[in-house]
Design a protein around this ligand. Structure first.
Ligand SMILES: [Zn+2]
Length: 318
């Protein structure tokens, strides 16, 4: 392996993905960890360091820098995690702490911003002037490129598409509001809607799964839908409709050339995207609705990791 590899780390709400990446964006090794450290920041930081060290050992060569995408607003001046919802990183000097413990230069930014960076530099939105990205997982992450540049906003909080209200009387969102896109389109929403359908229609595929004692999670709904079960497909199509409402708003506001959709939920692919595109065609205004391409991310659920690696490589350039 050529020298000058970096490690990109995407620290999700429930999953850590670390990859050894070279300058040609080849991934040499991956480490995946479920985050089960609860609310103890020290345990979480120890687990992160252990995962990076494991990737480093597997790399069999010098690692020149490490980039982190974290689910938090990040103060770019200090590398501090400013506010976090899904992990206990609040007010932690993340960049300096990691640089000290890993002994290499470290760079950190918001996970979804980095996913946008990766897709804009080398993925679904490559070469595009205006693009947005949503990562659908535990929650919704968002990124934005305007006039070819990443947009951070006044304090790094731009692009929070997940907290766009799409149903005034909708379900409660983790942010405390009701009817946010994230409350309607996420892995947990998929499980919740799947359970409702299972209870209402005992003779459906989901109903039978429930009566067999299976736990109705988002993962199970995705699995049943993949196998062709109509009830599970309906649940995903309804979610795609809500996604489409959110996307129609974004399309009207931004007039983007590409909206890239990634994260763990994108595994269901066209089952989700097809109804979303239909709603955009019905509700967004011309000419924006005709210009926009709604695409899955090139790097799948690894966009954040690739963006973190690209940012780490930027550190090495003179
Ligand atoms: Zn919200």
């Amino acid at each position: 392996m050529a020298a000058g590899c970096v490690i990109g780390v995407d620290l999700g709400g429930t999953k850590l993905l670390a990859g050894v990446v070279d300058a040609r964006l080849r991934v040499h090794h991956r480490v995946v960890r479920r985050s089960r450290e609860g609310r103890d920041p020290d345990a979480l930081l120890d687990a992160i360091v252990a995962a990076v060290q494991e990737a480093r050992v597997a790399a069999e060569d010098e690692i020149a820098a490490v980039g982190f995408g974290i689910p938090s607003l990040v103060d770019q001046r200090t590398g501090m995690a400013a506010t976090t919802v899904h992990l206990p990183l609040q007010d932690i000097a993340f960049r300096d702490l990691m640089a000290e413990r890993l002994g290499v230069p470290v760079v950190v930014d918001n996970d979804a911003t980095l996913a946008m960076l990766a897709e804009h530099r080398a993925g679904a939105a490559r070469g595009v002037g205006t693009a947005a990205l949503l990562t659908l997982g535990t929650g919704i992450g968002g990124g934005l490129v305007a006039d070819g540049r990443l947009v951070h906003g006044a304090s790094g909080a731009a692009g929070e598409w997940g907290h766009m209200v799409v149903d005034l009387n909708g379900p409660r969102c983790p942010c405390g509001n009701v009817g946010c896109l994230e409350a309607l389109v996420s892995g947990s929403a998929l499980g919740r809607n799947g359970l409702r359908v299972a209870r209402e229609t005992p003779d459906s595929g989901l109903g039978r799964a429930l009566s067999q004692g299976r736990e109705i999670t988002g993962m199970l709904v995705a699995e049943l839908a993949h196998d062709g079960d109509a009830s599970a497909r309906d649940v995903i199509a309804l979610m795609g409709t809500y996604l489409g409402v959110g996307l129609a708003n974004m399309v009207n506001i931004l007039n983007p050339e590409v909206v890239a959709i990634g994260g763990g939920l994108i595994g269901v692919g066209e089952l989700l995207l097809e109804p979303a595109r239909r709603v955009v065609a019905e509700r967004a205004l011309a000419p924006s609705r005709d210009q926009v391409r709604i695409l899955p991310t090139r790097f799948g659920d690894a966009s954040g990791m690739m963006g973190a690696a690209m940012l780490a490589m930027d550190l090495l350039r003179p």
